[in-house]
Design a protein around this ligand. Sequence first.
Ligand code: BMX
Length: 293
Amino acid sequence: MNAVAGVLALDVGGTKIAAALVEGGRIVERRAFATPRERGAEVWLDAIADAAHPWRGRARAVGAALTGLVDDGRWSALNPRTLPVPDGLPVEAELSRRLGLPVRAWNDAQAAAWGEARFGAGRGADEATVAFLTISTGIGGGIVSGGRLLSGLAGHFGQWREGGDPSAPPAEDAVSGRWIAAEAASAGFDADARAVFDAAHGGEAWAEAILERSARRAAALLLNVQLALDPNRIVIGGGIGLAPGYLDRLDAALGGQPARLRPRLVPAELGADAGLIGAADLALTAISTAERV
Ligand code: BMX
């Protein structure tokens, strides 16, 4: 049995990268920095390894939550606009080589779904299905059903196509933080998503209109998730999803639906830590299972 009990947790999003040391299911140390998007995957991996390096002696495994598709240890983009991940990057092997530890990787929202189902807003759902939807740079999602996390493409709700046209852009391209900022620019305002929320809170009609449109589209997505999975609850996360008033906007947009169709929306309890805590727990389980074989 390995005496070192900690796990290195990584959360790589389109906007920021977070690294943390997790011990006993809790984050004991952390650091975060902006994703150096334009500098490519080699730089992202080196930056991640540099951030995690000081904790190496205190961890027995690495759990990585990555924006994009993660299949059998390889990392690809589903929407390069969120982060232009090269196709099939062997991310588990590449990070393991840099850190000298076993690495397991999942999609960021899938890891967060597990974190919330086990330790957060999904607690107590037992075998029932818990869906997770995070609105941030893009829209991610995850599904925990029967006590298991569904992997691969399962939960990538932001990639759903709108309007019955398979060649339409992904749903997230007209909802997420990136779209909100682009709409502000179109309206003549140099504002990121946070500034748009501040402007709406300050009574600016242009900002409220943008958030209203984003929330209505997200609400339509949530209604479809409810019809597809009939989850016990849908946990809402992400910088946009948890921004002040956004959840109320989602509920208001769903208000006209019959009660049986209306999703039960709950805010993520682990906030921005859900992916880190989920990835750490998943990695610890995966590595411990492998050690027993
Ligand atoms: C995109 C997709 C998802 C991700 C979601 C949220 C890529 C690179 N990412 O839909 O895998 O979960 O964005 O990503 O294709 P985030 O960076 O906003 O957390």
